[in-house]
Design a protein around this ligand. Structure first.
Ligand code: C2E
Ligand code: MG
Ligand code: MG
Length: 764
């Protein structure tokens, strides 16, 4: 405490020096003293100590004349601020008379007019000639400095509050919680007794209380909102701050009911701005009038900006979340969100013990409709289907679009299978009435598969598996003629299990050397010569024997195994045909045909991989024919086009397989670089017997000729068919009439003994 006085030049020294000069210089210095911005005094010790001198500045600072002050010795102690009085008197009483220096002390005093003034009191104690200890000191008015310090502290506290609010906003995404936090932080600031956040309602007519003032709001019914004519409304409209200094004399704005209840005297409102439109208003209040300064405006605005940013981010997050979980065309949940809901439902069901059903919907012949009425109309149709599906469901059920023309419906809490079928039938009603698309009516039907799970407490089941089951049941519905609904059953279950098993085993088929190629000869009809062979894959399964592609190719396609299998097929077939070529030198080189799946064609690196195989084996590109099923093109024409172009550039021949089973038109065919068409077996079947079929084959062959494509007939089984094909001018043929697909060893033998050549003549 005394250190200040003991230093080189403490305030005590200054006062002493000053007083020495006064006493030494008489009247000269009196004028000097009286110009100082401080009160100079000397007074006897003690609470009631007599004041011997006080300079006239006391009038400016405390509002008393020196005479008044000196006349009443108790005045000083009386005018001490009640909050400081005890402390100050204690220090004064505790000062030892033998000590000259007293540490400076600051305290508040009440002026004559009742205002509060901050005083810094610096004095030294010296006995007078008679030995009475007397204070000689100076009282400085430090009110401004004190206020500045207070403002600084308040500012720092406010900055900290904004920083904390910002951190909260980053850590917790929930805007509701952030608003509560913001309101609480506001009220931690000195002089802010209450705070609240108003949000503009949907039609923009009122402001609704979103956070703060809960207790007051609970008292008066209907006080949860404020009108646009309130100060908050004005802040919202102007985007500026609005200060109400005293609600008692306020004439501009209507007082919101809740503020009246809370006893608010002054308020400060700033708008919380959103990117597109203001969100609402942050409003702070005091029970004292004129409580808010321009500095408070900055603080409240900064806090409002933090809230605004968080709201903006939340809205963006929500929008993103919605995009991730919804189908943009129909606005329905997508497959991801369907699986989420299904998992939740399964977990709930495992506790409640009620079954959960999944309905898998697939529109019938949607591609045909889409192609014939155009994509925009197709989209419109999907949207109408989506809204009809939604309208035919119970409130708790979920309908999602899986993609394309596939929809899923989740029925929570089923009673039994019959209920699921009843729901499927009710949903089928959605298709009973025609759809009005592009001014025309279209009837559309759907095939529906149903799968039901009965989760138990130990096993809540697997959402993906359930959807897969429903999908399998939907396929059954398609197989059985479409526009119907099938329940996933034990047989399908077994098939599904077998499929899974097959998929696992197929994964090892190449390394275990279980794949084989059979070859079917292709005959040139004009000469009867064998000009090529089609490689057809087989799987020599260790338990199930020799399997046809029908039993595993679709599994290989779905699992992606078709890619390594396909590469193996291509390489083996190329090597094989070169080997046979070597066995019949001087003869016309044989072509080799290999089949491709959609998945292979979809890969952009297919041409590269084929080029590598040609390189490795040394087969001339023109000898390789790649067969592509027509339906692939219909489904993924965009990516397929580029791949086919690349293959064509390699010099490889492209054959359109199973022609007639897809929907390709002449114009469409022109877009792809094909060399040959292979007419599907189903058309050859009726050849020469059914007039319609014959006419189609005739047209196809004519078309092939017009497009300079070779025509190949597959599945030729009898002489009638052969005769017809010859008559119609078909170029090539293959089928049981000439030869089945034969194992490689059998063909090697035929090549060796010259038997291959004879196969081209069925009459041999
Ligand atoms: P595809 O390319 O249309 O092959 C013709 C199918 O018809 C072959 O069946 C063949 O054995 C059979 N076939 C040939 N002549 C006759 C006949 O006169 N009458 C009858 N009823 N059938 C005949 P396979 O070998 O079972 O192959 C079925 C399909 O599997 C093939 O149809 C092809 O799409 C696919 N496939 C075969 N091998 C492969 C392959 O290595 N990769 C890919 N991706 N698919 C393959
Ligand atoms: Mg083929
Ligand atoms: Mg075919």
């Amino acid at each position: 405490m005394e250190s200040a006085a003991r230093g080189k030049s403490g305030p005590g020294d200054r006062v002493t020096e000053f007083l020495d000069q006064i006493s030494g210089a008489g009247g000269e210095y009196r004028r000097l003293i009286e110009r100082l911005p401080a009160i100079v005094y000397s007074c006897e010790v003690g609470e009631q100590g007599r004041w011997r001198y006080v300079s006239p500045q006391i009038e400016d600072i405390l509002g008393y004349s020196p005479e008044e002050w000196i006349a009443d010795p108790s005045l000083w102690a009386r005018q001490l601020h009640s909050g400081d009085r005890d402390r100050v008197l204690e220090v004064e009483a505790g000062h030892s008379p033998s000590q000259r220096y007293a540490p400076p002390i600051d305290y508040r005093m009440i002026t004559h007019d009742g205002d509060v003034v901050w005083i810094l009191d610096e004095a030294v104690l010296e006995p007078d000639e008679r030995g009475t200890p007397v204070w000689h000191g100076v009282l400085y008015d430090i009110t401004e400095r004190k206020h500045a310090e207070q403002e600084l502290r308040r500012g720092a506290a406010q900055q900290a509050a904004v920083a904390r609010l910002g951190r909260h906003a980053l850590q917790h995404g929930d805007p509701g919680a952030l608003m509560v936090e913001a309101v609480e932080l506001m009220t931690e600031i000195d002089g802010v007794e209450a705070a609240c956040i108003w949000e503009v309602d949907e039609d923009g007519r009122r402001l609704l209380l979103r956070a703060g003032l809960e207790r007051s709001a609970a008292i008066v019914e209907g006080s949860m909102s404020a009108g646009r004519d309130s100060h908050a409304g004005a802040a919202l409209d102007s985007g500026l701050h609005v200060i109400v200094d005293d609600w008692r004399s306020e004439r501009r704005f209507a007082l919101p009911g809740v503020l009246g209840t809370a006893g608010v005297r002054s308020s400060l409102a700033v708008s919380i701005d959103g990117k597109d439109r203001p969100f609402g208003v942050l409003d702070i209040h005091s029970t004292e009038p004129s409580r808010f300064t321009p500095q408070d405006v900055h603080f409240v605005q900064a806090s409002a900006n933090v809230v605004a940013d968080a709201l903006e981010r939340h809205t963006a997050d929500q929008a993103l979340r919605h995009r991730v979980l919804h189908d943009s065309l129909t606005g329905l949940p997508n497959r991801i969100s369907f699986v989420d809901s299904l998992n939740d439902a399964l977990t709930r069901a495992s506790v409640a013990g009620t079954p959960v059903g999944v309905l898998f919907f697939d529109l019938d012949h949607f591609k045909l409709i889409n192609d014939s009425i155009g994509h925009h109309a197709g989209d419109e149709l999907l949207r109408s289907v989506a809204s009809r599906l939604r309208n035919h469901l119970r409130p708790g059920d979920v309908v999602a679009r899986f993609g394309g023309d596939e929809f899923g419906i989740l029925v929570d809490r089923l009673a039994d299978e019959d209920e699921a079928i009843a729901i499927a039938n009710r949903v089928a009603d959605a298709f009973a009435k025609p759809y009005l698309i592009g001014g025309a009516e279209h009837f559309i039907s759907a095939s529906v598969g149903i799968a039901i799970a009965r989760p138990t407490s130990g096993d809540s089941g697997d959402a993906d598996l359930l959807i897969r089951d429903a999908d399998a049941a939907m396929y059954r519905a398609k197989e059985r003629g479409r526009a119907r609904c099938e329940l996933f059953d034990v047989e399908m279950q077994e098939r599904a299990v077998r499929r899974l098993q097959t998929e696992r085993e197929l994964g090892h088929a190449i390394e275990r050397d279980e794949l084989r190629l059979h070859y079917q000869p292709v005959v040139e009809l004009a000469s009867g010569e064998i000009v090529g062979l089609e490689a057809l894959v087989r799987w020599r399964h260790s338990e199930r024997g020799m399997l046809d592609p029908g039993e595993f190719v679709s599994i290989a396609e779905e699992s992606g195994l078709i890619e390594p299998i396909g590469r193996w097929v291509q390489e083996s077939a190329c090597r094989q045909v070169l080997e046979w070529q070597g066995l019949r030198p001087g003869r016309r080189p044989l072509d080799i045909s290999v089949n491709l799946s959609a998945r292979q064609v979809a890969r952009r690196d297919l041409a590269t991989s084929v080029a590598e195989i040609l390189d490795r084996t040394g087969l001339e590109p023109g000898r390789l024919r790649l067969e592509i099923t027509e339906s692939i093109l219909v489904e993924e024409s965009a990516s397929a086009t580029a791949t086919l172009e690349d293959l064509s550039k390699l010099g490889v021949r492209l054959v359109l397989d199973d022609f007639g089973t897809g929907y390709s038109s002449l114009a469409y065919l022109n877009r792809f670089p094909f060399d040959a068409l292979k007419i599907d077996r189903s058309f050859i079947d009726g050849l020469g017997v059914e007039q319609g079929r014959t006419a189609i084959v005739e047209a196809v062959i004519g078309m092939a000729r017009a497009l300079s494509l070779d025509a190949i007939a597959e599945g030729v089984e009898n002489e009638t068919q052969l005769a017809e094909l010859r008559r119609l001018g078909c170029d090539y043929a293959q089928g049981h009439l000439f030869a089945r697909a034969l194992p490689a060893e059998r063909l090697t033998q035929l090549v060796r003994d010259g038997g291959l050549e004879l196969l081209g003549d069925p009459a041999r």
